[in-house]
Write a protein that binds this ligand. Structure first.
Ligand SMILES: Cc1cc2nc3c(=O)[nH]c(=O)nc-3n(C[C@H](O)[C@H](O)[C@H](O)COP(=O)(O)O)c2cc1C
Length: 322
């Protein structure tokens, strides 16, 4: 494979969502047709992602983009991952010619550069039943269980748990310090972290909010905002499975597929992992949703009206190692 093609594939891969927009991946290219993927330990969120669940989910999302982009350029990406931990090695990709994109994969690929994690209040427009059916079908064959949460009452309960989880998180000074370091102003030239516009911050406030987050406990305000957003969602999509690295990566792969699908139909998706990550709130989600497997990831889906701008990424050269 030409290096230029591989670079183009990686440009699509890194458009994936990642926790706090950390983009924790590193790529090592060997002989032009094989790729090794590592995570960069400097991007571990020691407070927000103690178990590295979100780091693995982020890498899973990136692998799904990589698979789609490889097919667009005529290659089948044979992706394997694990065993983990000892040496940071996470995934190995062999590119094999030649593959055809299915209509669904073409649709997903064409959405990669438009996908954003939207934030804000959802309008009451429902997701049609046919779309929900297609989402369920997308999960067939995956080890990850996909649950659609549609009852307004259950959605509100999960909104409340998320609000409480944010109170808990923001009480911790180290969490606040870490979080503020990943929030940027609306005109920041930083290529990592979340720009103010993506958090729907007004222009002037975007210069001060990271400071306030760091030195004051804003858990009440931010928790309420999350509650308002989640409770307005017509649908929550939850992914659950075994609590191991392998299943976190698989969660990311499936979640990215479903988020791309929904966004290809002009719906928005908005991720909320507070109640999954903090304390024991996940147990309450399990009881609300009558789920026996551990929740790993969750997003709201529907229409969030207004502009949703894409967020920056590092140049691909910074992510390639030799
Ligand atoms: C594993 C994971 C967890 C995330 N958790 C949250 C969250 O709890 N709240 C939130 O607002 N965004 C969350 N995000 C969204 C990221 O902040 C977002 O993907 C990143 O800033 C890049 O922006 P983009 O998705 O619009 O490209 C999460 C993303 C991932 C992959």
């Amino acid at each position: 494979m030409e290096t230029a093609t591989l670079r183009s594939i990686l440009e699509y891969a890194v458009r994936a969502p990642s926790t706090h927009n950390t983009q924790p991946w590193l790529f090592k290219i060997s002989e032009g047709k094989e790729l090794e993927i590592f995570y960069d330990p400097q991007y571990v969120l020691k407070q927000a992602d103690k178990e590295l669940r979100d780091l693995h989910i982020s890498i899973g999302c990136m692998l799904e983009n990589l698979r789609l982009a490889s097919m667009h350029f005529g290659y089948n990406a044979e992706i394997s991952f694990g065993p983990f931990s000892e040496n940071f090695k996470k995934a190995h990709v062999v590119f094999v010619q030649k593959s055809l994109l299915s209509d669904l994969d073409k649709r997903l690929f064409e959405t990669i550069n438009k996908r954003v994690n939207a934030r804000g209040v959802f309008s009451p427009i429902a997701i049609p039943d046919i779309v929900k059916k297609q989402i369920i079908e997308m999960s067939s064959g995956s080890k990850i269980k996909l649950t659609l949460i549609e009852s307004k009452e259950d959605i509100k309960k999960i909104g409340m748990l998320t609000e409480q989880s944010m109170h808990m998180a923001y009480e911790n000074k180290s969490f606040r310090k870490e979080m503020s370091g990943w929030m940027n102003s609306n005109i920041s030239s930083k290529k990592e972290g979340i720009p103010g516009f993506a958090l729907k911050m007004p222009f002037f406030l975007s210069f001060f909010i990271p400071f306030f987050v760091r030195f004051f406990n804003m858990g009440n305000i931010l928790g309420r905002k999350n509650y308002e957003s989640i409770s307005s969602a017509p649908l929550l999509v939850m992914f659950s499975g075994e609590d191991i690295e392998l299943s976190w990566i698989e969660t990311g792969i499936l979640a990215e597929k479903v988020m791309l699908f929904l966004q290809s139909l002009n719906f928005q998706t908005s991720i909320f992992v507070g109640a999954i990550e903090m304390g024991d709130f996940y147990k309450e989600i399990m009881s609300i949703t009558k789920n026996t497997t551990r929740p790993q990831f969750l997003f709201g889906a529907g229409k969030i009206l207004g502009m949703h701008k894409i967020t920056p990424r590092h140049d691909i050269d910074r992510k390639i190692i030799f």
